[in-house]
Design a protein around this ligand. Structure first.
Ligand SMILES: Nc1nc2c(c(=O)[nH]1)N[C@H]1C(S)=C(S)[C@@H](COP(=O)(O)O)O[C@H]1N2
Ligand SMILES: [Mo]
Length: 395
């Protein structure tokens, strides 16, 4: 049987081929070997896939469809459908926070003003940015307001192309006393604004932004950036929350430590884990995504011996450095267990994990993960922010 046939067959029989392989393969094994290694004592080998458990008490807002308009426009990704073998989310499904402003100027002829603490103000034409753009790899974006209400679907990974900010800044006559930089985006929306305030800009420490691997993106998944994701140009700062990743960039303004926080920074102060709402931009902590992980599917199986057994599959992201040892707990009284298998190839994007589970009995369980190394900061995980709940019935 060819690779392809095998894979198709497995997909049809289990409905979860990629996750199955993740559970089986050692990373070095190819598909054939992985299948061959289906040890008869694996709880899932020869078992029957019975279905998945829904996550309880979440998702009263739409997932998988565009809702709202302008500033209130949202599209949450349906995480249930993620496939570790195709970890890049299609541009169509990639989450959206804020639809294009009503009076967005045309992409052709777009330019980014360079101003503030520079020897001379200038304009950076979109043609020049495009000319210097190149593929930069896979990066994950997450909205700092990503919550259970949209089933945690305000995060996605894509392959981006663009120009590193270090290269753009090299050519600008930045004055020595500039310590910070404000990235400003087009944000003129017709009402309603809902709970969102118009005016998108973020003020970064120059040193941190330059050290972060940030880039001006012009392309996504091999195509020019579409309007919803910031056409013709947006900022991407690896491992910083989405609220900092300004779309439709119109200006780069160099400032010093006396610069006030932008309205966007104030608005997102609690979601980016600030102490209060500081007046000055320099008093904001970097809005980085700490290590996070959650299950995206809980599968029920019946072993060849007729025993019920569950399998969890999930994602791990953030943290800014490679962490591949996770622990999971089933309910507050449950003991922390080492997650059976974690595959994280690159810190800038998500990794995948899976874990077998034999619940001690019928009950509601709250699933929580944490890094095995307790020195790694994971405030959201520790606070239960990414907890998910399932109900296990009688066998
Ligand atoms: N100009 C502008 N840029 C913006 C926003 C905005 O409202 N206006 N929203 C930010 C927020 S809160 C997030 S989470 C990301 C979402 O990027 P995406 O819609 O491409 O996924 O864009 C950021 N950039
Ligand atoms: Mo966001």
């Amino acid at each position: 049987m060819s690779h392809f046939d095998r894979r198709e067959l497995l997909k049809r029989s289990a409905g979860t081929a990629a996750w199955t392989l993740l559970a089986l393969s050692t990373g070095e094994l190819g598909l054939e070997e992985a299948l061959a290694s289906l040890a008869p004592d694996s709880p899932f080998a020869g078992g029957e896939f019975l279905g998945t458990l829904p996550f309880l008490s979440e998702g009263d807002l739409a997932v998988g469809e565009v809702v709202g308009s302008g500033l209130t426009g949202r599209l949450a990704l349906n995480l249930f459908g993620i496939d570790p073998e195709e970890p890049v989310v299609s541009t169509e499904d990639f989450y959206v926070r804020t639809l294009p402003p009503t009076d967005l100027p045309p992409a052709e002829g777009w330019s980014i003003g360079t101003s503030g603490l520079v020897a001379e103000t200038g304009e950076l034409g979109i043609e020049e940015v495009r000319r210097r753009a190149r593929p930069l790899g896979e990066y994950l974006l997450e909205c700092s307001g990503n919550s259970s209400r949209r089933r945690f679907g305000l995060l996605s990974a894509a392959v981006w192309s663009g120009v590193p900010v270090t290269e753009i800044f090299e050519d600008l006559p930045i004055l020595d006393r500039a310590t910070r930089v404000e990235i400003v985006g087009h944000d003129e929306h017709a009402p309603p604004h809902g709970a969102s305030t118009p005016g998108a800009s973020w003020n970064f420490s120059l040193e941190r932004l330059l050290g972060s691997g940030a880039f001006l993106a012009t392309g996504m998944n091999g195509e020019p950036l579409p309007p919803v994701h910031g056409q013709p140009v947006r900022l991407v700062v690896p491992n910083w929350y989405g609220c900092c990743l300004i779309k439709w960039v119109t200006e780069i303004r160099f400032v010093d430590d006396s610069a006030p926080a932008t309205s966007q920074m104030r608005d997102f102060a609690s979601r980016t884990h600030q102490r209060g709402t500081p007046e000055l931009a320099r008093d904001y902590r970097p809005a980085v995504i700490e290590l996070a992980a959650m299950p995206v599917r809980v599968e029920k199986w019946r072993t060849a011996q007729g025993e019920p057994v569950y399998r969890l599959a999930g994602i791990v992201w953030g943290g800014g450095r490679k962490v591949d040892r996770l622990e999971i707990r089933f309910g507050e009284e449950g003991a922390w267990q080492r997650v059976a298998r974690v595959e994280r190839r690159r810190v800038a994007t998500w990794g995948f994990w899976c874990h077998p589970w034999s619940p001690p009995g019928a009950n509601r369980y709250t699933l929580r993960l944490r890094p095995a190394d307790r020195k790694i900061p994971a405030r959201r995980l520790d606070a239960g922010y990414y907890d998910r709940r399932v109900e296990v019935g009688d066998a």
